[in-house]
Design a protein around this ligand. Structure first.
Ligand SMILES: Nc1ncnc2c1ncn2[C@@H]1O[C@H](COP(=O)(O)OP(=O)(O)OP(=O)(O)O)[C@@H](O)[C@H]1O
Length: 347
């Protein structure tokens, strides 16, 4: 009959593929129950959205095989690991979504990544800091809704599809031109972070304006961002600007968690054929050049645009569509990269 010590010894041979250390020394083995010929394990991953769950489970099964157990059941648990210091009280991670060029789908990506992380069990907020072209209120069907404050006069974010959303569009009347001077803008970003009752969040996703301007700078100065991602299309002009956005993160010492390529190819709704409208492989090549994780390719699908216009992001509107699946995978990659930064401090 296998003993607990033997199980732990076997688990010491199972590596977290990304961290390169074994599950026991990483403190991931939370429970080992042995009864009869059965073992039940509780493994706490660095994030519930870990993309390598399947592989880790298979490795565990393989490592315990020589112990001759009848059955090994693996449960995965644990929440999102937090940094030593929270960037905002109650908020574990602030992640910025940037793009060099406008119109590459940054807001669509921010919305769907937020929803995908929520789907994995995380508590998620979305801050629309794209003050020149806020689109999250529309994307989440919250247009025209007024914000309320709590008894401490803190702004209460709105909520849709299980994500807390705060957009400047719910503050400034629609269609009104916004001229933001540096100090006002800085103050507004500060308010978004400090005077909003975000509550307990694992991730606060921030949808930045395109380019490399004052909002980015203010955000980096006002809070400790866990990281940022850059959204691009495969097109050469977009890639040049994307590299600039990546460089901005470097300048303000924010870890670049990855590059996501959107509008990678058009997926024909009737025959499923792929047409590479903007070229092929540019996002991956950029990620390789920058030595960061490639978060994946999201196809251009009519339903993504329709969903965005109707207040139903694709993850909600058509969860099984190729774009939704690509967003889900990208969110897992992002969560995994983020938890890596907690173990391996920035070089
Ligand atoms: N994968 C996709 N498939 C189809 N349409 C998409 C996709 N991604 C984004 N879109 C559409 O492209 C348009 C621009 O997207 P979005 O507003 O997300 O871009 P953005 O980069 O945030 O723009 P801005 O620079 O104005 O902030 C929207 O109509 C959106 O619905």
């Amino acid at each position: 009959m296998a003993t607990e010590e033997q199980v732990y010894a076997a688990l010491r041979t199972v590596m977290d593929p990304e961290l390169g250390r074994d599950l026991v020394s990483l403190g991931m083995v939370k429970e080992v129950h042995l009864q009869g010929g059965r073992a039940e394990l509780l493994i706490e991953l660095t994030t519930p959205a870990c993309p390598l769950k399947g592989q880790i489970e298979a490795d565990i099964q393989r490592a315990l095989l020589p112990l001759g157990l009848e059955e090994v059941r693996v449960r995965f648990g644990g929440g999102v690991r937090a940094p030593q210091q929270y960037p905002i009280p109650g908020v574990k991670h602030v992640v910025a979504v940037a793009s060099g060029k406008g119109g590459v789908g940054k807001s669509t990506v921010a919305a769907n990544l937020a929803l995908a992380l929520k789907e994995e069990g995380a508590r998620v907020g979305l801050l629309d800091a794209d003050i020149y072209g806020p689109s999250q209120a529309k994307m989440f069907g919250l247009e025209g809704q007024k914000l309320k404050v709590d008894q401490d006069k803190r702004i209460l974010p709105l909520e849709a599809h299980g994500v807390k959303v705060l957009s400047i569009a719910n503050i400034v009347p629609p269609g009104q031109a916004m001229v933001w001077r540096g100090p006002i803008l800085h103050g507004t970003i500060r308010q978004f972070l400090e005077d909003v009752a975000w509550g307990e969040l694992d991730y606060l996703i921030v949808d930045l304006p395109p380019g490399t301007g004052d909002v980015q700078l203010s955000l980096a100065q006002l809070t400790k961002l866990s990281g940022g991602i850059v959204v691009t299309t495969p097109q050469a002009v977009a890639l040049i600007d994307a590299e600039r956005a990546a460089d901005m993160f470097k300048k303000v010492q924010v870890p670049l968690l990855g590059v996501l390529e959107n509008m990678s190819y058009f997926l024909c709704p009737s025959c499923g054929a792929r047409t590479f409208l903007f070229g092929e492989g540019g996002g991956r090549r950029l990620a390789e050049k920058l030595r960061v994780r490639f978060l994946g390719e999201v196809p251009l699908e009519v339903a993504v645009r329709e969903g965005g216009d109707e207040g139903m992001p694709i993850l909600v509107r058509d969860p099984e569509s190729p774009a939704a699946q690509a967003f889900r995978q990208a969110a897992r990659e992002l969560a995994a990269e983020l938890s890596l930064t907690l173990f391996l401090p920035m070089a």
